[in-house]
Design a protein around this ligand. Sequence first.
Ligand code: PMP
Length: 423
Amino acid sequence: MDIFDSLESEVRSYSRNWDAVFDSASGSTMHSEDGRTFLDFFAGAGALNYGHNNPVLLRPLLDHLQSGAVVHSLDMKTPAKRRFLETFEELILKPRDLDYKVMFPGPTGTNTVEAALKLARKVTGRTQILSFTNAFHGMTLGSLSVTGNSMKRHGAGVPLTNTTSMPYDGYLEGQVPDFLWLRQALEDSGSGLDRPAAVIVETVQGEGGLRAARASWLRGLADLCHQHGVLLIVDDVQAGCGRTGTFFSFEEAGITPDIVCLSKSISGYGLPMALTLFKPEHDLWSPGEHNGTFRGHNPAFITATAALEHYWRDGRFAADVAGLAAQLREGLSRIAAATEGSVVRGRGLLTGIYYADPEAARKIAAESFARGLLVETSGPRSEVVKTMPALTTTAGELQTGLDILADAAEYVTGEPVTLTSVA
Ligand code: PMP
């Protein structure tokens, strides 16, 4: 028994599946103390979209740390924050015609979700929030109240209230017209549904099984919200920052949410940082009404700015990601085709394979690890093998990962996979 097993709480999870002590990493590769090398298709659960220790971000980070510049500053003004705000406005908001105010909540995904829920209630004066089946929004009480997973909800230890869960796109397998119940319930004063403050949605359900909403479904949701004065919150904590191919995952649908949550890869380097974006008319906060000690982590502003400047100044990076996404989907489709009932789910570089037998998914992830590939599972029964490589992964690395996955799938299911190289 090592110190991790003897001293660290039973709550630990990744370290149970991946029995290695990871001591160094670069790009899409991780190394363990005992000399093993792993291809990383997990990318820090989406916090490492630009890979591990990306030199483009490391250089300015080291310069900042060595220069005597301020590291911690709550929400005081600093040059690092100024440059981040200027760059975010110039490279992300303006080109997309998005008029958002920027709020720095605490540095994690759940912090930005809590801020979004609180603001939506404050702006509308209503309490109810609508969320979706299999949604995941974080582990604090507000975020848990809009999260689907019953095990995680149970962990709250108190009733999770003032929320209602609705079927996500595909949940009812197309048997019911989109938003049949919601439209009716919002229009009918006898429906028993209190007019909600907001709807919170992920465009791809990162933790809940990789269902991806169709663009038309997202537009339908946005229209319905708009018609009824209900705010639309897009939780882009996992699907944002380029993961689906565009900076925001909702760009493809052409919608403009009222509130957007970002975290994970916004700092670029794996440093904690989060943003809550909202339309200026919703900026009804009083000074200090929502605060937190770690909202001004200047090293994260430095790496976030460097990432935006390097990768998002023009469309080249997004085009590269689209190419990788096509390659990934093609490879995963071939692996899925070998097993009856398996389908590819997800979008962009947030894509995986659903297995009717969750045990198959679990074993494929374990066999992938044994062969040097980090992939996790997703979904209420961990029934989806989830691949989430860094957006900076090369086509060659992607192919290597697909080969390993195909090998692991073949071993587990006994079904031969034909994976012609597309790299
Ligand atoms: N929202 C989404 C969509 C997420 O995927 C996650 C994390 N997996 C969170 C919120 C919570 O982020 P954090 O773990 O940083 O609190």
